[in-house]
Design a protein around this ligand. Structure first.
Ligand SMILES: NC(=O)c1ccc[n+]([C@@H]2O[C@H](COP(=O)([O-])OP(=O)(O)OC[C@H]3O[C@@H](n4cnc5c(N)ncnc54)[C@H](OP(=O)(O)O)[C@@H]3O)[C@@H](O)[C@H]2O)c1
Length: 279
C-alpha cells in the first residue's frame, strides 16, 4: 500500500495496532501521539510521529500539512458517572475529544482528498455508539454524536470519492478500561447514586470479553482497503449480540432487559431518605 495514513491516538491500544498493520502493508503512517515517550516507539516502527493533541487546533493543522489518503480517528476518552452529577465542563471535554476533534480532522483532510478524488475516513466508535448504559451516558452520547456526524459526512463526501466508515467494537484489551475506571466520577457519597456508581465501576472491572486490539486493527485496515467500504463494521461477538438485540427489541422490552445486564440506581425505600435530596 503506497497511501499515506494519519492515525490519531497512535501511542497505544487500537491506534498503535492500526499503525503496525499499515506499516506492515507499506503505507506511510503519520502517527499522532501526546506523550513524547511514545514518539520513539513509533519511529522504531517506521512511522512518522507527530505531536497531536486532537483538541489543539495548532497540532491538528501542523499534523495535516501534506496529502493524507486515509484517516483513522482512534483517539478517545471515556468519562463515566451519573449525568445529573457530571459537571458540564467534563462533558464538554468528552465531546471535544470524541466528536469535535474527529470532525475537525475531517474538515482539514477533506479538501485534499476531494482534489485527488480519493479518501477514507474511519471513525472508531463503540457499541456505545448505539447502546447507552446508565452511568456511561457521557461516553455514549459522544459516540452517538460521532456516529451521526459520520453518517452526515458519509453522504456529503461520497460524491467526491471520499468514503466514511464507523467501527463499532465491544470491549478491547487496552489501557482504556483502566483509565475509564480511574476517571469515573462517583456519585456524591451521601447522594442517590453512590451505591449505583460503585456497582458500575465494579462491573467495568469484571468486563468478561476483551478483543485483542489487532482484531480491531484488521477490521480498520479492511475498511481502508476495500473497494467499496461498508458504512459500519461491528467487531467481536459482544458487539454483534448487543447491537443486534438493541436493534431488534422494542424499547420497552429492552428497558426490562437492561437491569439484568448492568446496574441501575435503586430508589430508597422511604420518601424522607436524605439521599433523595442531596445536591
Ligand atoms: N478499549 C475499549 O474497550 C474500547 C471499546 C470500544 C471502543 N473503543 C474506542 O477505541 C478507541 C481507541 O481506544 P483504545 O481502546 O485503543 O484505548 P487507549 O489505548 O486508551 O487509546 C486511546 C488513545 O487516545 C489518545 N487520546 C486521548 N485523548 C487524546 C487527545 N486529547 N489528543 C490526542 N490523543 C488522545 C490516547 O493518547 P495518550 O496515550 O496520550 O493518552 C490514546 O492513544 C477510542 O476511541 C475508544 O473510545 C475502545
Amino acid at each position: 500500500m503506497t497511501r499515506t495514513v494519519l492515525i490519531t491516538g497512535a501511542s497505544g491500544g487500537v491506534g498503535r495496532a492500526v499503525a503496525q498493520r499499515f506499516r506492515a502493508d507499506g503505507a506511510t503512517v503519520v502517527a499522532g501521539y501526546r506523550d513524547p515517550a511514545a514518539a520513539e516507539a513509533l519511529t522504531a516502527m517506521g512511522c512518522r510521529p507527530v505531536r497531536l493533541d486532537v483538541t489543539e487546533e495548532s497540532d491538528l493543522v501542523s499534523a495535516i500539512d501534506g496529502d493524507i489518503d486515509v484517516v483513522v480517528n482512534a483517539a478517545g476518552v471515556s468519562q463515566g458517572g451519573p449525568l445529573e452529577e457530571l459537571p458540564l465542563d467534563t462533558l464538554r471535554r468528552q465531546v471535544d475529544v470524541n466528536v469535535f476533534a474527529a470532525l475537525r480532522v475531517a474538515q482539514l483532510v477533506a479538501p485534499g482528498m476531494r482534489q485527488r478524488g480519493y479518501g477514507r475516513i474511519i471513525n472508531v466508535s463503540s457499541v456505545a455508539g448505539r447502546v447507552t448504559m446508565p452511568g456511561m451516558g457521557a461516553y455514549a452520547m459522544s459516540k452517538h454524536a460521532l456516529e451521526s456526524m459520520s453518517e452526515a459526512l458519509r453522504h456529503e463526501l461520497r460524491p467526491f470519492g471520499i468514503a466514511v466508515s464507523v467501527i463499532q467494537p465491544g470491549g478491547i484489551d487496552t489501557p482504556f478500561a483502566e483509565a475509564e475506571r480511574r476517571d469515573f466520577r462517583h456519585g456524591h457519597p451521601d447522594g442517590p447514586y453512590a451505591e449505583f456508581t460503585t456497582e458500575v465501576v465494579d462491573r467495568l472491572s469484571r468486563n468478561p470479553v476483551s478483543l485483542h486490539p489487532d482484531r480491531v486493527a484488521r477490521v480498520i485496515h479492511r475498511a481502508a482497503t476495500a473497494t467499496r467500504p461498508r458504512p459500519y463494521y461491528r467487531v467481536g461477538g459482544l458487539a454483534h449480540i448487543m447491537l443486534g438485540l438493541h436493534h431488534a427489541l422494542p424499547s420497552r422490552v429492552w428497558d426490562r432487559l437492561l437491569p439484568m445486564i448492568t446496574p441501575t440506581p435503586r430508589r430508597p425505600s422511604t420518601t424522607d431518605d436524605p439521599r433523595l435530596t442531596v445536591r
